[in-house]
Write a protein that binds this ligand. Structure first.
Ligand code: SDX
Length: 429
């Protein structure tokens, strides 16, 4: 079958570009030689039509609302597996056998402690620091404690750094939370599973044992699965670009955490809950929907819309179900924020503006209500997103480093600044 090509015609000069097809999804036009052949760049600031890499990890069909990790649908992974199984899948490409899973769980569990001096590292922060500010610093600082897994050319070190990141980020996240509420740090417990251990590190206190609620632990584990990876989103692209220069994996993940913090991205769960609280009552919903539709008003419905999903985010459906499970388990009845959320969703999904622009609830819409009910403060919501996304960032970073065609990412630009001009001495300005 002849190779597919696309033709770009510029000023009467037509050049053929190879077209590549993936397993599923849109073809790509390989424009690597475009500048050399035409003297022009492509221009796509938000990367709305640009594939930055080849990847075998995650696939999203935005029109159909489908999310696959290594080919497995997110709802099946979330309902039938646990978070560390999804971590194994993202890292190794296949679901683990029972023996492989037991070994992987054992290896992760035994990397959960952090160097004791990191506790002193936290002392430098104000107690009212946002936990995401602490996480950006603490995760980047891992490179100052684990020099023996920063040589990215060494496969063994790459895997050790990956395991350390998956294992230690929850410990640092719990420390960031404890520090902001003035409680002592709680050490990891190897007898607990990954997510129960995280809950224990967050909510246990020295004066009494913390009783793990299996329903809540399972719910949070599922929430971690929903947030594990999502193709080339802003923070993953940040990790890939940072990694393309050869920066160590700890620094790359810290860069990803910094990007995730933005309210248009991972910060949306925190912003969505604040928005629901600000709306406060179903009667005020029309006023906020009107603001969201007003072109002159920067306000947007947080937790709505998505660059890729032009259908319901499959994660949002599972998140909504998990939200109801958690509220029922905790005996939370008539949660006003949930009432507002359900009514806001109903109104938005029947509103012409949202229908025309294909705006649906995304993964962040129901997560805030769930995490608040579980006892996490709003400031910790994006930290929890970072805990889950660490495996996605690491898997994508490893895939990039191990790609033989990998080179440093260095985009070009459309220059609209001043034309060349001569220096003017200060006396003549
Ligand atoms: C995440 O990329 C990922 O995969 C991210 C993520 C992941 O797992 O990594 O899925 C996690 O970041 C989910 C998204 C969380 N963000 C929010 O919930 C914030 C609110 N949403 C918007 O900021 C927005 O929808 C984005 C940022 C998510 C997507 O922005 P796009 O793709 O750039 O879309 P756009 O801004 O061009 O919007 C298209 C139109 C615009 O109107 P027009 O200029 O065409 O007239 O839709 C409007 C927007 O004004 N619009 C909204 C809206 N989102 C888009 N209007 C009101 N409320 C909104 N939420």
């Amino acid at each position: 079958m002849s190779a597919k090509t696309g033709t770009i015609s510029l000023g009467g000069n037509a050049v053929d570009m190879p077209v590549k097809s993936g397993t599923i999804g849109p073809d790509v036009i390989d424009i690597g030689k475009l500048y050399a052949q035409t003297g022009a760049f492509t221009y796509d600031p938000g990367f709305t039509s640009t594939a930055s890499c080849e990847s075998a990890i995650t696939y999203i069909d935005g029109d159909e609302g489908v999310l696959l990790h290594r080919g497995f649908p997110i709802d099946q992974l979330a309902e039938q597996g646990d978070f560390l199984e999804t971590c194994y899948l993202l890292l190794y490409g296949e679901l683990p056998t029972a023996a492989q899973k037991a070994d992987f769980d054992y290896r992760v569990t035994r990397h959960t402690m952090v160097h004791e001096q990191m506790a002193r590292f936290f002392q430098g922060f104000r107690r009212d620091a946002h936990p995401m500010a602490v996480m950006v610093a603490a995760v980047g600082a891992l490179a100052a404690f684990y020099h023996d897994s920063t040589d990215i050319s060494d496969e063994k070190q790459r895997m050790i750094a990956s395991m350390r990141m998956i294992a230690k980020v929850p410990t640092l996240a719990a420390m960031a939370y404890k520090y902001t509420i003035g409680q002592p740090f709680v050490y990891p417990k190897n007898s607990l599973d990954y997510t129960s251990n995280f809950l224990n590190m967050c909510f246990a206190v020295p004066c009494e044992d913390y009783k793990i609620n299996p329903v809540l632990s399972r719910a949070l584990d599922r929430i971690f699965i929903l947030h594990a990876d999502h193709e080339q989103n802003a923070s993953t692209s940040t990790v890939r670009l940072a990694g393309s220069s050869g920066a160590n994996p700890f620094a790359c993940i810290a860069a990803g955490i910094a990007c995730l913090w933005g309210p248009a991205h991972g910060g949306a769960n925190e912003a969505a809950l604040k928005m629901l609280s600000e709306i406060g009552h179903v009667d005020r919903i029309p006023e906020f929907v009107k603001k969201a539709k007003d072109k002159n008003d920067p306000f947007r419905l947080m937790g709505f819309g998505h660059r890729v999903y032009k259908n319901y985010d499959p994660r949002a459906k599972i998140m909504q179900k998990t939200c109801h499970e958690v509220l029922a388990e905790l005996g939370v009845k008539d949660e006003p924020l949930l009432e507002v959320a359900i009514e806001l969703e109903r109104i938005a999904l029947s509103d012409e503006y949202f229908i025309e622009k294909k705006l649906y609830p995304n993964v962040d819409f129901y997560s805030g209500i769930t995490l608040k009910a579980m006892g996490f403060p709003t400031s910790m919501f994006t930290v929890l997103f970072a805990v889950a996304r660490t495996v996605g960032w690491i898997a994508q970073w490893k895939e990039m480093i191990e790609d033989p065609t990998q080179k440093i990412g260095r985009p070009r630009q459309l220059y609209t600044g001043a034309a060349p001009r001569d220096y003017v001495p200060v006396g003549k300005r």
